[in-house]
Write a new protein. Structure first.
Length: 75
């Protein structure tokens, strides 16, 4: 199992591989030259939100068990 930091870094890298090649392909193929900076900045805002969510998500920890009150202790 990978340590938490490496898992987080792997998510960031694979997320980047999924977002940026497609975003730039659309940018250079479809978006007019006058709108390219606006388009990339819009994608960047969404990607920064994704990175922020990953950075602020702590490791998944199972909740601690709740101790039971033994039988016959209540009056």
């Amino acid at each position: 199992m990978l340590p938490f930091g490496r898992v987080r870094d792997a998510r960031q890298v694979t997320g980047s591989w999924m977002v940026w090649p497609l975003a730039h392909a659309i940018n250079f193929r479809i978006i007019p030259s006058s709108q390219r900076v606006l388009y990339i900045n819009t994608i960047q805002i969404g990607y920064n939100c994704f990175l922020s969510l990953i950075a602020n998500r702590g490791p998944t920890v199972a909740p601690a068990p709740v101790p039971s009150l033994g039988k016959g202790k209540m009056k």
